[in-house]
Design a protein. Sequence first.
Length: 635
Amino acid sequence: MFYFNFCIKRTSKYLLRFTLSMLTLTLLPKYIYSNQQDWGNPTNIRLINSPKDDFAPCWNSYEKRLYFSSDRKGKSKLYITEIDEQGNFTEPKELSDPLNKSTTNISYISFLSETEAILNAFRKGYSQAYLNIFYTQRRSGQWQKPIPLDSLECECFMLHPTVSKDGNFVIFSSNLDDPNQLDLYIAYKRENGVWGNIEKIEELSTDGDEITPFLASNDTLYFASNGFGGPGGFDLFYSVRKFNVWQSPTPLSQLNTRYDESDFAVINDTLAIFASNNIEGLGGLDLYLARRISKEEVVSEPIPKLDLSISVQIPILRVQQEFEYELAQFPQMFPLDLLNQKYEPIPLNSNFLPSLDALIQNYLVILFQKVSLNKIEITLSYDTTKKEIDGQIKKLVEEFKQKIDSFQNLVKIEHNNSDYIIIKTQKEELFEPIQIGKFTSTYEPPILEISVNARPASLLSSFEISIRGTEINRVGYNIPFSTSIELKQDSLSGLSSADTLFIDLIAKDTAGRSYLMSYPIVLNRSSVFYKKTISFQNKKIERYYLFRPFSDFENRFDLKKILEKLAEYSQNIKSIQLVGKLDSKDPEIIELTGQIANYLHLSPSQVTLMQKTSDYENTLGKIPPRCIILLVEIK
């Protein structure tokens, strides 16, 4: 069973961290609520268990019925059952909704509302399939086919989502930071409904694995771990959040055994349900019912006296982003032998690439992304007798079919005897040139001056200042404290798309109590895009990259598109030199130079071949294989 193998045998780990954002923090509550979580008398729910794995229970309070996952029919699917006040279950039924008819395994559903839910399903990645978080809606009384939750999509495992009672955050387990272990993470729901600001819960992290979180309330979290010690492999724990810090977890001793326990979920005030692979069960994993013996005690505690404050010289940080780019032809014909390499993940909606190598290496990936995003039909024509290339292309086509439904019928393949892939389509916008370049960011002011104070200072034991999303941190012991942090692009790369910079302060007092506060600084961003110009042989030039071959110019959208960019300011062009391994007698080169001159209304003498390329390569680097560089001299 995929869940058991991955979460128990392979052991993955996921962390959760909840961060408080406010300008100053004083710990004001007069009481701490100490919930004694006594769960006892676990019983095997034989009516709903099977000889296979049964797991991932979730009570749907809107429908008043229990959802759980089972692989009793070979794949993990959702089943439903009802329960009365005495804890008696009805015969389980397989969910008949479209959600359950997905071809992939689905599990771990968590309900956002009466009509919305998230769950786990497999998503095809570039190198393998990953369990990620999906989204589903209930329409006409049925849960619809799941779709990937794009804002939480990851080339990693993101498992066991559980939604807070107020719907403002979700906790899940993931190997986001370490492929060999699972930790608990939190993501927050923004005002536009998109989930983001993923953080790890450091307080609940171990060298082992933390899995299957369940939020009984906004401040009470159950989970399973094999890193906190206990009688079995995975044991059940809970943690209560006090003063915005998750406290040391407490084991559910009455339920933990020498076997694995996980998937704890509360049904109501007196009943809970969990999964265990106890050998006395019917299958690998069985569901067990637990009854609660709880006593909520209110323990008085003196009001903490430590007041913290952070001050920074500015409320707004101005970020100037500059993108200096060159244009590269997006080829309509591409040699087969350049595809014999490993593809690298390229983000969807990529408008630019860091290098020409990235374009060459990921040509098909970028092509298929353009096809799927713009619903453009294409035909790939190439020599299908080359089985290695044929296998690469078909595999990538299948990956995109699995990832994007609308991609299904957009790509066709036909046979020819060429050593080139020839893309046939009626849509010339497919071949808009690619921008090659890089972003640089500058900050105003370039240095943050941060001051920390606490009253009374004698209560402070230690503290740490960090900028969230970066590795920048400072540790201190004495108050008042001041520090200067230089803002550099490499150290703040994790904030490339953020709209707020958070300065986090974590402090401890002499009684061992923890304090957490955050200071937000608005990031005011502005961006400038401009073509890169270089100096060569005392000339101011722009550089364009073309790929061979250049035959059939009249039917080549890709060549025309890059010449259209040049034509926008052809009156400012002084001359054009073609750089590469060129033969002035080559009919293809002769035709190309003539077409460039005609298209840009230049005289033939203004479009020439560079006879000696060593000067160029010594100054500006080697010329890529099968590439011709246009050096455009600007008046």
